[in-house]
Design a protein around this ligand. Structure first.
Ligand SMILES: Cc1ncc(COP(=O)(O)O)c(C=O)c1O
Length: 447
């Protein structure tokens, strides 16, 4: 196995995250358990802010809350001076409840509901990222109704194909997101936005995809966007104050992944942006980035208890853990690949290939081929790099209770989310009267 920066052990041979012994965490909080290393998340935020501001001072790094958002995470991002990208009423509500400054929030979504428009206006979010012409008109109506002005970016589909799973490609021509440059839709959106009194158009947004392991797509996005901004400047007099190039930087899920560093990303984007703007004689806009996965992904580990070890002679060994599809749908959705270690014997050399299966009523493989130490029922398995799009995508499938989330720093552990209880699972169920358990009639018995 190549160097795994999350593989830290203590004198007992236990895996340590954020200075905490995960075996003790498992005893304290139960499993499955999401464990985050707080210092690692903070370091990543600082790395982004540092590397980008050094090369392009007018920059905002907005954490994409879809990767993992709880009120605690929103507080942490505020403390680190990050902006926040939210994509639903629930994410916006979480941020506001946590006291995140609304002016640093960007409200996304390809279909925003009336509740979401209303919440965005009432909170005074910094930018609404408009995804369609229909939305532009709806937003303008809402602004008029509330006697307000909407501060917006327009999400543009630059027509860039990326080398990533098709479900997380978002900037290509055939995509549900944004307005296309190709065919004039984006031009029309800008023209309309500039005409509408209740709309203040601040700039453009694009997000080309996720888990990108090369910088070339970002470079192409910068070229395309600046070219388009220049055209709109010349044709419509459009001044672009904000250029948001989205998120998408990949992380290391396995030893095969070799993502660019944040410094390499900044080096790919910033000088190129400057150059392209200068070529067109354009003023420098504020640059916005929206990283999600690359902020929290590698800082998270999921701890499971091994329940069953099943050997199919001459074929393979299955180990079943007490979670699966409901706490990590990514292998099923995206063929995502993970690495794992036996957490209570993390210093032991791996010696066998196993298939890690979940406990749902289908073939919910978590890891097809994991190379780990010998394992027995009762052992703990730690799956690495589960910090992004795991808790955020967790479900109650099979009426499982969603796991707790713990934040660890310098050997201290703090709950971010409590484990759901079985009572939580039925708490929103309603039994219609005609289906209610019949009450047995009490009959009076005479003397
Ligand atoms: C608009 C937008 N911004 C940012 C992100 C975050 O992407 P990532 O987690 O890959 O950095 C996404 C992810 O889907 C997105 O759709």
């Amino acid at each position: 196995m190549s160097e795994n920066t999350m593989l830290k052990t203590n004198e007992r041979g236990h895996l340590v995250v954020g200075g905490c012994d995960v075996v003790e965490l498992a005893h304290k909080y139960g499993t499955p358990l999401y464990v985050y290393d707080e210092a690692r998340i903070r370091a990543r935020c600082r790395e982004y802010i540092g590397e980008f501001t050094r090369r392009y001072p007018n920059v905002e790094i907005a954490y994409a809350g879809k990767a993992a958002l709880t009120m605690g995470f929103a507080r942490l991002m505020d403390q680190e001076g990050m902006g926040l990208d939210v994509a639903s009423a629930g994410e916006l509500y979480t941020a506001l409840q946590a006291g995140f400054p609304p002016e640093r929030i960007k409200m996304h979504g390809n279909y925003k509901s009336n509740q979401e428009y209303r919440m965005a206006f009432e909170a005074g979010v910094g930018r609404v990222v408009v995804d369609s012409l229909i939305e532009l008109r709806q937003l303008s109506c809402w602004a008029k109704k509330l006697d307000a002005v909407a501060d917006i970016l327009i999400r543009v589909r630059p027509g860039i194909d990326t080398h990533t799973h098709e479900l997380i490609q978002t900037g290509q021509v055939d995509s549900k997101f944004g307005v296309a440059i190709y065919g004039g839709e984006a031009r029309q959106a800008i023209e309309t936005a500039m005409e509408l009194e209740s709309i203040r158009l601040h700039g453009l947004h694009c997000h080309i995809g996720s888990q990108l392991l090369e910088t070339d797509a970002f470079e192409r996005a910068v070229d395309q966007m600046v070219h388009f901004i220049a055209e709109m400047h010349d044709e419509l007099g459009f001044e672009c104050e904000d250029l948001d190039v989205g998120g998408g930087l990949g992380i290391r899920y396995t030893e095969k992944d070799n993502p660019p560093s944040v410094a390499e990303l900044a080096e790919a984007i910033c000088p190129r942006l400057r150059e392209r703007l200068a070529e067109h004689g354009l003023a420098e806009p504020r640059l916005i980035l929206e990283p999600g996965r690359s902020i929290v992904g590698e800082a998270g580990v999921t701890i499971y208890t091994v329940g069953v070890v099943k050997e199919i002679p001459d074929l393979r060994t299955y180990i079943a853990v007490d979670g699966g599809l409901s706490d990590n749908p990514r292998p099923a959705l995206y063929d995502a690949v993970y690495e794992a270690v036996v957490a209570n014997r993390a210093d032991e050399e791996p010696s066998q290939w196993v298939r890690v299966a979940g406990k749902h009523c289908e073939t919910d493989t978590l890891i097809e081929d994991a190379y780990i130490a010998t394992v027995e029922p009762g052992d703990l398995l730690a799956v690495f790099a589960t910090g992004a799009y795991n808790h955020a995508m967790a479900s109650n499938y099979n009426r499982f209770t969603r796991p707790a989330v713990v934040l660890c720093c310098d050997g201290n552990d703090e709950l971010l989310v409590e484990r759901e209880t079985l009572a939580d699972v039925v708490s929103h169920d309603v039994v219609p009267r005609h289906l209610a358990v019949p009450q047995t009639e009490e009959c009076e018995v005479g003397e």
